[in-house]
Design a protein around this ligand. Sequence first.
Ligand SMILES: Cc1cc2nc3c(=O)[nH]c(=O)nc-3n(C[C@H](O)[C@H](O)[C@H](O)COP(=O)(O)OP(=O)(O)OC[C@H]3O[C@@H](n4cnc5c(N)ncnc54)[C@H](O)[C@@H]3O)c2cc1C
Length: 594
Amino acid sequence: MATIDPETIHDVEGIGVHNIHRHDVVIVGAGLAGLRAAVEASEEYDVAVISKVFPTRSHSGGAQGGIAASLSNEEEDHLEWHMFDTVKGSDYLGDQDAIEILVKEAPVVVREFEHFGAPFSRTPEGRIAQRKFGGHTKDFGRGGPVLRACYAADRTGHVLLHTLYEVCIRNGVRFYPEFYALSLIIRDNICRGIVGWDVINGGIHVFHAKAVMFGTGGYGRVYKITSNALSGTGDGLSLVLRAGLPLEDMEFVQFHPTGLYQQGILVSEAARGEGGYIINDTGERFMERYAPEKMELAPRDLVSRSEQTEINEGRGIGGKDYVHLDLRHLGSEKIMKQLPQIHELAWKFLHVDCIKEPIPIQPTAHYSMGGIPVDKDCQVFADGKKEMVQGFYAAGECACVSVHGANRLGTNSLLEASLFGRRAGKAIRRFLGVQREFPDLPPDAASSAIEEVERLLSSSGTERVSSIRETLQEKMSLECGIFREADQLQRLKKELRTLEERFRNIKIDDRSKRFNVDLLEALELGHMLDFTEIIVEGALNRKESRGAHYRTDFPKRNDGDWLKHTLAWKKDGEIIFDYKPVVITRFQPKERTY
Ligand SMILES: Cc1cc2nc3c(=O)[nH]c(=O)nc-3n(C[C@H](O)[C@H](O)[C@H](O)COP(=O)(O)OP(=O)(O)OC[C@H]3O[C@@H](n4cnc5c(N)ncnc54)[C@H](O)[C@@H]3O)c2cc1C
């Protein structure tokens, strides 16, 4: 149960909300990004973490495969190799100054996790064990896959998240579990806090802060087949849009090649890192034709596209829309030691024993490369480029710094979330060293949030949230998936407008305030409808194929016109685009083959 400490409650005249909490720092999101920032900031300041789910149920806890760092624990590796792989993996859209920070600080972040007590898997000598992952190579891509992903069996996210949670408790971080962030309070480019909803008891709460950070995660739930938790509805992105700020590179959505058939639940790339094969109906390891050198360990965009091509051309198993992931040759000992959770998931959800049978798999919506534009210290840009919002930070999957560009390499995301979460925490400490006062709360701080909740609770239309959501998910999967085309995207754009109209005419049954799931689902759907339009229009605008964004009508990468980041705003219901250059320091764009 959430406990409210009366000491943090301040009544501020004129706001119309009784529950006003004051904390130096308010962090929305209790995944790796939010908690790592909380650990850092709580060394010096009073920090609150708000999360719509219980903190350790954040999606980071579902991460399986590993966290990248060129530690050279098992074989030779270098920062430069990791940097090259990440730049190439991003299809040259990643900002190389940020990627340099990512690879340089990776060993520090992983060793810190070890000092916090994270129980990593070990080499026989007792060092942190490392495994192979797609796109991570030796010698600037000239050698084979490199052992770079640090892991704890196939439960890496789980152990890292729990470790950070314990440190937060030790540091006195105040948690508001099952509080739902409804709106950002930003006036004159100064962030002054957020407004939230107490899920358990009902009621609006204002969180007044000197600094706010978002670690609100991804939005896989806008697709029908996804690896993401139910909470992956991208709320943070729409709160930012509604505050008049832009989003960056939203057209780049990662599809992971190995989702359990019809469930979308992830089978970690660690399964291929440990030596698993992907085969089609004829028993062929078809990656041989698409990525002759790296095979199953090519990056995800390439493997997912190859898989979908096999399925589209009728070589799915029995002509159906799935292929097989075959682990049988790894043997039961290796499977049960290194991939126990995968064994369990395949058994529980498909009744497949992967020691004896291949696992039916299909591509699953997995990760959002784009997000809230931030600088290298995670401060949010007001204009996407130069001007900053004072006291507002974002890190992890909801942010775009941009280290993943057009396609993220596996294990670089747990790394990004922890590493940039840590940087955000440090930046917040520096900022609070100067900013000693709380900014003023405007009298209308909570008005848009109150209006939204009241409108939904009193809605009396004819449409159902679940039906609109299902249509959205189906249409997005069908028309803005792995392969995209102008006609489909145009159609989808119109369909989204219809869904928005339907959303204005909804009715929710539950009018109570306590644990009102109907209300939460309506809020989440409103958020999803807000930013999916930007994914679709961004995909329509970008007339090239790069990384995870593949246009069948423009199948080539076009650096001349499109080596640039997309920025998009929503103004009066219309989407406005702008662009900004990619930071290239070391590696000039080249053709990307594996
Ligand atoms: C199944 C799976 C396996 C993965 N495996 C790996 C892997 O092995 N290696 C790797 O590098 N990456 C992996 N990834 C990706 C990686 O796990 C995520 O990108 C990363 O953990 C995101 O962390 P985060 O802190 O940004 O957000 P999350 O962990 O997603 O946390 C988001 C937080 O925001 C909160 N929140 C959101 N909206 C609101 C709101 N409105 N109000 C209040 N709270 C809100 C949620 O409650 C939650 O606490 C995997 C992803 C999935 C889905």
